[in-house]
Design a protein around this ligand. Structure first.
Ligand SMILES: Cc1ncc(COP(=O)(O)O)c(C=O)c1O
Length: 383
């Protein structure tokens, strides 16, 4: 059992920086870095290609990670497709469901909007920061083919009522795609309880893996055609036809990101040891403290709500968000993100030109929140 305090040793960069840009990407634990080293030193070979021991071991270890991901989210291994990131996962779903009207929201990251721009769309607006399932139900049409919705916005952080939305959608027979880029690893996700048809996940955020690995959960993978074709996805090839292998391998054409997947397995072991519920509780405490502490500062405009999960977005009156983020970095070694956060429609909805975002991960501490607040106080006074 790893203590939340002890885990900071897994992330050497924390000795030099206060890292509050976790919604963009998290730091990678030493055990994941070492898993990549172990792969290349001890068994590196290609996946599923050759009969020799090294290739068999690589394949086995890769599939063990798939099993681990499946059990982490309470899904089955054949429902877990490894992709590059959430963006690729959403594009795959747009390929799976090529026709019909899409219901989505103004809270989405551009990655969950642009793949649907060639389609007729209805954009749902939140009431306050949260979506109301009834507002979605009212927009369902005869030709609605997909509801695509974020689990939590990457700027505002409120958890959305996805279980209820999935329940409503399923009563109309409409599939739901949940963008869980900001929630996987930060809150418990049980795919037996959340009845979505698809879930898109980037492993480089709450799951603490390196960049370049993502997960697409597909509840009924045999119903959809792969987008990419090539090596590894066929059983038989004739001159004018071919037969696909079963899911999930049929969706993973070409040599996959083996080091990334192996590292993901190691990162997941850390999350399992700590327990996602403990992480969830810790993040809630950090967010609440940050929200309360920043609320006390003069000239402060907090853009996100108290109910946000692991994100606090704000502006200092009279200063551009980029300037604030640069000052935090230059003079306080605090990493944040500024600007529109690839969420242009959400920024327009909340009438924001931009904002600074402090986003947390399991390794952040209340002490770091205090240092952020002190730094912001000093910047807001011109220091
Ligand atoms: C909610 C949300 N969706 C999608 C994405 C896109 O993730 P990626 O760049 O890993 O594809 C992000 C990235 O920040 C995000 O926060």
């Amino acid at each position: 059992m790893v203590n939340l305090k002890d885990i900071r040793r897994e992330f050497p960069l924390l000795e030099r920086f206060i890292y509050l840009d976790n919604a963009a990407t998290t730091l990678t634990p030493l055990r994941a870095i070492r898993a990549i080293e172990d792969l290349f030193i001890n068994f590196s070979s290609n996946y599923g290609r050759s009969a020799h021991k090294l290739s068999r071991e690589t394949t086995e270890r890769y599939e063990e990670v798939r099993d681990r991901v499946a059990s982490f989210f309470n899904a089955s291994p054949e429902q877990i497709i490894f992709v590059r990131n959430t963006t690729e996962a959403v594009n795959l779903v747009a390929h799976f469901i090529p026709h019909g009207h899409i219901i989505t929201t103004v809270l989405e990251h551009n990655s969950n909007l642009l793949p649907f721009y060639s389609r007729e769309r209805t954009l749902i607006r939140p009431r306050g920061f949260e979506l109301n399932p009834e507002d979605i139900e009212k927009e369902i049409r005869e030709d609605t083919s997909l509801i695509s919705i974020t689990h939590a916005s990457n700027v505002f952080g409120n958890l959305q009522p996805i279980e209820k939305i999935c329940e409503i959608a399923s009563s109309y027979g409409i599939p739901v795609l949940v963008d869980a880029a900001q929630t996987a690893g930060h809150v418990e996700i049980n795919l037996k309880k959340i009845k979505c048809d698809f879930m898109a996940i980037s492993a480089h955020k709450g799951l603490l893996a390196p960049q370049g690995v993502g997960i697409l959960f597909v509840r009924n993978p045999e119903e959809y055609p792969p987008l990419f074709l090539g090596g590894g996805v066929v059983e038989e090839v004739k001159e004018d036809s071919f037969t696909l292998v079963d899911p999930p391998q049929r969706f993973e054409a070409g040599t996959p990101n083996i080091p990334g997947v192996i590292a993901l397995g190691a990162s997941l072991s850390l999350l399992e040891e700590i327990g996602v519920r403990n992480i969830e509780r810790h993040l809630r405490e950090l967010t609440k403290r940050c929200f309360n502490r920043l609320s006390e500062i003069e000239n402060m405009s907090i853009c996100s709500s108290e109910r946000s999960h692991s994100i606090v977005s704000f502006n200092i009156e009279g200063l551009h968000s980029h300037d604030v983020s640069i000052l935090l970095d230059e003079f306080h070694s605090i990493c944040t993100r500024s600007g529109k956060h690839c969420a242009h429609l959400a920024m327009k909805h909340f009438k924001l030109e931009g904002c600074v975002r402090a986003s947390f991960a399991l390794y952040n501490t209340l002490d770091e929140i205090e240092k952020l607040a002190e730094a912001i106080e000093s910047i807001s006074k011109g220091g």
